[in-house]
Design a protein around this ligand. Structure first.
Ligand SMILES: [Zn+2]
Length: 382
């Protein structure tokens, strides 16, 4: 029989926090978990995404239902490390909180998923069904890891999916999509005393962006859970000298999409608007740099009901249900699934804590989620 002690659970999390995976190097976390799984006879598979970045997939049990559990191995930059009270990569406990980059988003959730797998296997507690553990790379920067898992068919037979992202007392069952575009306007340089000899790249791009902004942010379509699409132009670069007409201007735009006004329709609108400007003499080119669809599910499933009950039991909290403006690996993993697919994001840590200086997870909740996850799998695989 294997029962991870509190000390072991804390030690393993602190080992993972010490492995710096700031948008790279997930392979070290994958190797750590692979080794840990192997100690308990669980085979796992490294799924490469690039030469240096990998996913890890492990499985226990057999047949249906297939329960998919997922978490990402990368973390965001700690920012100015001098602003942290203690070293971001040395997990430190203060006042019942575990501090460190990734404690909350989301190595806390990831470790729980892995340790639950081990106990279920070691104690032969899983009597029916399959649990598929999917640890991903590059979630914070476009979800290349989850895209790979989807493409390689790891989601084809999955009946339930939850992502152990920090959500504390809330179950997120739908979220917006995210779309990044880069728009470049090419003109012709000239001295600003004789602008007629050139073509100012800034002017058509400004007009274009304002027009697209109006079309997108002014659109009335609304998702019942997620609200309206939102678009922001976030980067604008042009020119390098005050008395030169610029030959190039570039803008980057982020759009948070909904099912009713999805990524394809937005891309189409950017392109058709560009071609209208281009017929008028501009030279505007649109490039999609990231496209993650929104996730919309009904939130009505055995999994969500059970998670709510278990949340109340182990956290002592009333668990609420929400949609979220932020994306998860669910965007890729749920491609092609319908609205009734049981999906949720539910994990230790608070959503608002993600990406912050002095990131922490409450130790009590980190530990409680182990029991929630274990009972949830046992409840679903019955
Ligand atoms: Zn995350």
């Amino acid at each position: 029989m294997k029962h991870f002690t509190e000390e072991e659970k804390i030690k393993i999390l602190s080992d993972l926090i010490a492995i710096k995976t700031v948008n790279e190097n997930e392979i070290e976390v994958a190797n750590y978990l692979k080794k840990l799984f192997a100690q308990y006879g669980i085979e796992s598979k490294i799924v490469p995404v690039t030469d240096t970045r990998v996913n890890l997939v492990a499985e226990i049990g057999s047949g249906s239902p297939v329960i998919g559990i997922s978490g990402h191995m990368d973390v965001v930059s700690p920012g100015d490390e001098s602003k942290w009270t203690s070293d971001p990569f040395t997990m430190t406990e203060r006042d019942g909180k575990l501090y460190g980059r990734g404690t909350n988003d989301m190595k806390g959730g990831l470790v729980n998923l892995a340790l639950v797998m081990i106990e279920l296997k070691e104690n032969k507690e899983l009597t029916k069904g399959t649990v598929r553990f999917m640890a991903t790379t590059g979630e914070e920067v476009g979800g290349a890891g989850s895209k790979k898992l989807y493409e390689e068919g790891y989601m084809d037979d999955v009946d339930y999916l939850w992502v152990a992202e920090p959500s504390h007392d809330t179950i997120i069952y739908s979220h917006k999509g995210s779309l990044n575009l880069r728009v470049t306007s090419i003109g012709e340089a000239a001295h600003s005393s004789m602008p007629e000899l050139g073509y100012n790249a800034i002017n058509p791009l400004m007009e274009y962006l304002l027009e697209v902004d109006k079309k997108l942010n002014g659109d009335d379509r609304k998702n019942e859970v997620l609200g309206k699409l939102v678009m922001s132009t976030t980067i604008f670069h042009a020119g390098n000298q005050v008395n030169s007409v610029p030959e190039k201007a570039t803008a980057e735009i982020n759009v948070r999409t909904i099912q009713e006004f999805d990524n394809d329709e937005v891309i189409d609108l950017f392109n058709t608007t560009a071609s209208i400007y281009n017929q008028g003499g501009a030279n505007i080119n649109v490039e999609v740099t990231m496209s993650l669809p929104s996730v919309f599910t009904s939130g009505q499933s055995k999994m969500v009901e059970l998670a709510k009950e278990l949340g109340k039991k182990h956290l002592g909290l009333e668990i609420s249900m929400k949609g979220s403006p932020g994306v998860t690996d669910g965007s890729n993993l749920l491609r092609g699934k319908d609205d009734n697919f049981p999906f949720m994001m539910f994990g230790p840590g608070e959503t608002k804590m993600a990406h912050k200086i002095d990131e922490y997870v409450y130790k009590e909740y980190y530990l409680a989620f182990f029991d929630i996850y274990k009972e949830l799998i046992l409840g679903l695989s019955k």
